[in-house]
Design a protein around this ligand. Structure first.
Ligand code: SF4
Length: 482
């Protein structure tokens, strides 16, 4: 729902269709102009008195990359079969993708098609077939699932009885842990009491609602249908059941949104009986209606990357002054009901079962994505097949990448843990983490992006804003040593 939602895994084809071939920010290149270092060393920050706005020219990617070789044809089929019969260990999640929405928001990066009752019904049948067909595979049945996430698209576009049925099938077919977090993602539009109760009856214990902004004018500008009052009443009702954590997404840098209006959004969240909030940065995807509207002058400009730093800083200050708990880079808990289990599992590249068109998951470090074309997905599910379209081998440095991405998501890195991951990955050719990363860390410290308290490297607020650049740099530097 929020276009920066980091943990949603979508197939490369779906991703390319949505984002185009580039993920470049609008502010230009990543290489520091006039820097004499080689292109391979383009992760050094500018030394500036405004590191939040100016440390880098652009964000390197929406998500720091994983890499890994794509496997095709018969090799992929055989490997997939073996993976599905291999028991899982450790924490795991399951992601279920519902692609349809009742209307398209202007900024959207995840619209998978217009919802209709007919399309929704056929899709739910296919999903249930996919889930049922693999319930006895070792990859599913061998270990508990700690977090189940129904994302989209708009899962709450489904009819009430479909929501209950789907959730019940998932709860019966997947070995959910007793304390499993069961999230239904939704939007305010057409999410009334009947659907809320249907989700609760199906066992949902967490709702993630895409609000994006409470401001009615800005909402209308980006194609959201409900006004501020309608948003607040809906959230109050959802919270009043006292049965599930209710968290919302807010986005900063929207067209015509000021930093003060952003603070008002956060204060509107704080005034409601909600359990948590995700604060996301707006990314403008090439070819989106938002990009076209701005280019044509029919929409006001959005905040530049440099200006977004100021939004990020204000958000941090308001959340800290309200004594909210930082759960990860963008996720904040306000009550103890909000745990945010799904995102760290998915972002740490741990095992994730996947269901639905274009949904992505991972097993034992192997990444796989279902066919993103809904017709192909339906046809393959109909034939009793697991509709995987892409299978990617684990990168050699998977363990290192997991440590870096997992810890940086929590705004810090333990260099001893990186060294341990180097040893496990047999990186004898690689110097120890302190030596390897010294040039970067020295530069980032001088640039105001990190502080060091050995073995810990802590991200400053500016470092948090540029976290994806820093994570990518850490991964890239050790890869260049191999
Ligand atoms: S509700 Fe649908 S169209 Fe709007 S942002 Fe979410 S996925 Fe995109």
């Amino acid at each position: 729902m929020a276009l920066s939602m980091p943990a949603r895994l979508l197939s490369p084809d779906a991703w390319k269709k949505i984002h185009g071939n580039t993920e470049a920010g609008r502010d230009g290149m990543n290489i520091v102009p006039g820097d004499s270092r080689t292109a391979g060393e383009d992760y050094f920050a500018r030394i500036t008195d405004n590191p939040l706005g100016r440390a880098f020219e652009r964000k390197t990617a929406v998500h720091a990359g994983m890499g890994g070789k794509r496997i095709e044809g018969q090799d992929a089929a055989g490997l997939l079969e073996r993976l599905r019969e291999t028991p899982r260990q450790g924490q795991a999640a399951a992601y279920v993708h519902l692609p349809y929405c009742e209307s398209k928001c202007l900024y959207c990066g995840f619209f998978g098609g217009a919802y209709s009752e007919e399309a929704g019904a056929a899709y739910v049948e296919a999903l249930i077939r996919e889930v049922e067909s693999e319930r006895n595979h070792a990859s599913v049945a061998s270990a508990p699932v700690n977090a189940l996430y129904l994302g989209g698209g708009t899962p709450t576009a489904l009819r009430p009885f479909e929501l209950t049925r789907l959730l019940r099938v998932l709860r019966s077919a997947l070995p959910l842990a007793n304390d499993c977090e069961i999230t239904v993602e939704g939007r305010i539009h057409n999410f009334g009491a009947e659907k809320m109760e249907a989700c609760l009856e199906g066992g949902a214990n967490r709702f993630s609602i895409g609000v994006q902004t409470f401001n009615t004018d800005v909402r209308r500008r980006i194609g959201r249908l409900a006004d501020q009052d309608g948003v607040c009443r809906c959230l109050e009702r959802l919270a009043s059941y006292n049965q599930a954590a209710v968290v919302i997404d807010l986005i900063y840098g929207l067209p015509g949104q000021s930093v003060d209006a952003w603070e008002e959004d956060i204060r509107a969240f704080l005034a409601l009986p909600l359990d948590g909030v995700d604060l996301y940065q707006l990314n403008i995807f090439p070819g989106s209606a938002l990009a076209r509207g701005i280019a044509a002058g029919s929409l006001p400009e959005t905040a530049s990357l440099a200006e977004q730093g100021a939004f990020f800083e204000r958000g941090l200050a308001v959340m800290q002054s309200a004594r909210c708990r930082r759960l990860s880079m963008s996720h904040w808990g306000r009550t103890l009901r909000e745990r945010n289990l799904y995102n760290p599992i998915a972002k740490g590249r741990l095992d994730c079962l996947h269901y639905g068109a274009g949904a992505g998951g991972s097993l034992n470090g192997w990444f796989m994505f279902n066919a993103s074309n809904v017709e192909e997905y339906l046809r393959r599910c109909d034939g009793g097949e697991k509709p995987v379209a892409v299978l990617t081998a684990p990168p050699e440095d998977l363990d290192i990448v997991r440590v870096i991405l997992g810890q940086m998501e929590h705004c810090r890195l333990n260099l001893d843990d990186v060294d341990a991951a180097f040893s496990r990955s047999a990186r004898r050719d690689c110097p120890d983490a302190r030596t390897l990363y010294a040039p970067l860390l020295d530069n980032w410290e001088e640039a105001g992006l990190v502080t060091r308290d050995d073995p810990w490297v802590e991200l400053t607020p500016a470092g948090q804003f540029w976290q994806v650049n820093l994570s990518q740099a850490l991964i890239g530097r050790q890869r260049r040593m191999s």
